[in-house]
Ligand binder design. Structure first.
Ligand code: BDR
Ligand code: CA
Length: 357
């Protein structure tokens, strides 16, 4: 368990489950940059990359940000019922694009991720906000063990799904749901009938693809970090070029995000990066505006054609209680201003050998 950050009073305890992942990395660094956020622990699910590599990435990022001591635990190494598929093509050979970080000193926790969720949430009822930016495997297993988890959590924010919007893994399915559709189905079933303020806030593709990072955002990040040279990640540069930044956090994020931009360009989306998980992190921290719409959500797990597709009933046609609050509007400009100023301040502090922004 990590110690609360010094400085301003901690007002948000967040327990995150991730599959780091380039945008998970940005989400983690962002939460580390928030003085009012206490990261209760970080649990790791297999998804973008295997769970062990996810844990090593998280530990290396904590070390880079001078925040060792926060517990990093591994959970499920495979989805509940189907074989694991990872996506090195999207996130790079180690999950963080072209970034290469030194091996972390801190060990992976001896606790299983499911124990972390159940024990931490029971120990701090009503205090912890859950944030899941990978497949829902660990969270579904935690729910099996502690069905009261939805009431014990202060709230839950999930990046996953796509609602009446094209998928990014199959024509209709989003990646996190596609990797473990059975887990997602179980989680939504468990939330049926829960009080509205406990229902998960779902950050799905139709909103997270609006959080489109451009080279200009990286230039602004370098500037916010006080880097002497402009941070230039440009479409005309050779693929795989590495950052020359003297600021290690700027260099890491720049090398990671360059890979993500090249991947998006490969799929005709332009030289941009959709930083889905960073939006979910800002939402969990209560630092960016959004609106939600109540819905009953279910996940297809039988049809080979539609496996992992998320369906939202907004009209009560199924006659089932709502189980999610789907983000229906967000403000990308606000979100990027928040990410850049906050991560920039942390990078500035890291560059000066101190991690307290
Ligand atoms: C989600 O899939 C992953 O590749 C990203 O990290 C994000 O969590 C977007 O579909
Ligand atoms: Ca992710």
């Amino acid at each position: 368990m990590g110690a609360p950050a010094a400085g301003p009073a901690v007002t948000h305890s967040i327990l995150m489950d991730v599959d780091t992942g380039i945008d998970d990395a940005l989400a983690l660094v962002y939460l580390l940059s928030r003085p009012e956020v206490h990261l209760q622990a970080i649990t790791c699910t297999a998804g973008n990359i295997g769970a062990r590599q996810v844990a090593l990435n998280n530990l290396a990022l904590l070390q880079l940000c001078g925040r060792e001591g926060i517990e990093v635990a591994i959970g499920a190494e495979v989805p509940l019922e189907i074989p694991l598929v990872t996506t090195e093509e999207t996130h790079g050979p180690q999950g963080i694009g072209y970034a290469e970080l030194p091996p972390p000193h801190q060990q992976i926790s001896a606790r299983h991720a499911v124990d972390v969720w159940v024990e931490e949430v029971r120990a701090h009822p009503g205090e912890i906000t859950g944030l899941v930016t990978g497949p829902l495997t660990n969270f579904a297993l935690a729910l099996r063990r502690e069905p009261e988890l939805p009431r014990l959590l202060k709230g839950l924010v999930i990046m996953g799904g796509s609602f009446y919007y094209q998928g990014n893994t199959t024509p209709t399915a989003e990646w996190n749901t596609s990797v473990d559709p059975h887990a997602a189905k179980e989680v939504f079933a468990a939330y049926r009938g829960m009080p509205e303020d406990k229902l998960p806030v779902l950050c799905a593709l139709e909103m997270t693809e609006r959080i489109e990072m451009h080279p200009e955002h990286l230039r602004r990040l370098g500037e916010a970090a006080g880097a002497p040279e402009p941070e230039l990640v440009l479409p005309e540069q050779p693929e795989g070029q590495r950052s020359q930044s003297g600021n290690p956090l700027v260099a890491c994020l720049s090398d990671a995000l360059r890979f993500y931009m090249e991947f998006h360009r490969l799929y005709d989306q332009g030289y941009v990066a959709h930083v889905h998980d960073a939006f979910a992190a800002c939402a969990a921290a209560g630092r960016t505006p959004f609106t939600t719409r109540l819905a009953t959500v279910d996940v297809e797990t039988d049809s080979p054609l539609l496996m992992g597709t998320t369906v939202a009933d907004f009209r009560g046609l199924w006659g089932l209680a709502p189980n999610a609050r789907i983000v229906s509007d967000n403000n990308p400009e606000h979100c990027f201003d928040e990410l850049i100023s906050s991560v920039g301040a942390l990078a500035r502090a890291v560059g000066h050998g101190s991690s307290t922004p």
